[in-house]
Write a protein that binds this ligand. Structure first.
Ligand code: DAT
Ligand code: MG
Length: 168
């Protein structure tokens, strides 16, 4: 039911979230916050040229996390994943820009840090799949669903970036 509702909401907003307005959901996981990686991660997205449109420190409820990781509910590591994600605050963010979903995934690296190249976030800052410091949406559709799940409309900001004319 919640899934259907979120899909409809996502569909309504879809038209505005393409091209330079594409958005992705990024979260610094509890280990990333504990290890003081928030500044470094924000810095990488800012320097790349993406625009920050939402950011908050949040202790995620189990309901949100179970919804967020719904696709993985049958995996053996699912319960461990939920308890790890609820073990401390996460920094939830929405970043905007051309091809931001695909590019952010490249910036993150592979799911398993051991397979992530140096220069990627997971390649540089973690070693184990169960503590891989950051989440990033894997498709435009997932991004829309996740943004609607984690952020209210008033928490997403429209603002004109003074550097956008030097990026696009
Ligand atoms: P990603 O986070 O790269 O999108 P995913 O969606 O497949 O990867 O999985 C979500 C998270 O679940 C992942 O970031 C870490 C955890 N995870 C995935 N595979 C795992 C495994 N084999 N063992 C433990 N945790 C795993
Ligand atoms: Mg995923």
């Amino acid at each position: 039911m919640i899934c259907l509702f979120l899909t409809i909401i996502s569909y309504i907003f879809q038209s505005g979230w393409t091209g330079v307005n594409e958005r992705t959901f990024i979260a610094v996981k509890p280990d990333g916050v504990q290890r003081k990686l928030v500044g470094e991660i924000v810095r990488r997205f800012e320097k790349k040229g993406f625009k920050l449109v939402g950011l908050k420190l949040v202790r995620a409820s189990e309901d949100i996390l179970r919804e967020h990781y719904w696709d993985l509910r049958t995996k053996p590591f699912y319960n461990r994943l939920i308890s790890y994600m609820s073990s401390g605050p996460v920094v939830a963010m929405v970043w905007q820009g051309l091809e931001v979903v695909k590019t952010a995934r490249k910036m993150l690296g592979e799911t398993n840090p051991a397979e992530s190249l140096p220069g990627t976030i997971r390649g540089d800052f973690c070693v184990e799949v169960g503590k891989n410091v950051i989440h990033g949406s894997d498709s435009v559709e997932s991004a829309q669903r996740e943004i609607s799940l984690w952020f209210g409309p008033k928490e997403l900001h429209r603002w004109k970036s003074s550097s956008s004319q030097w990026i696009y």
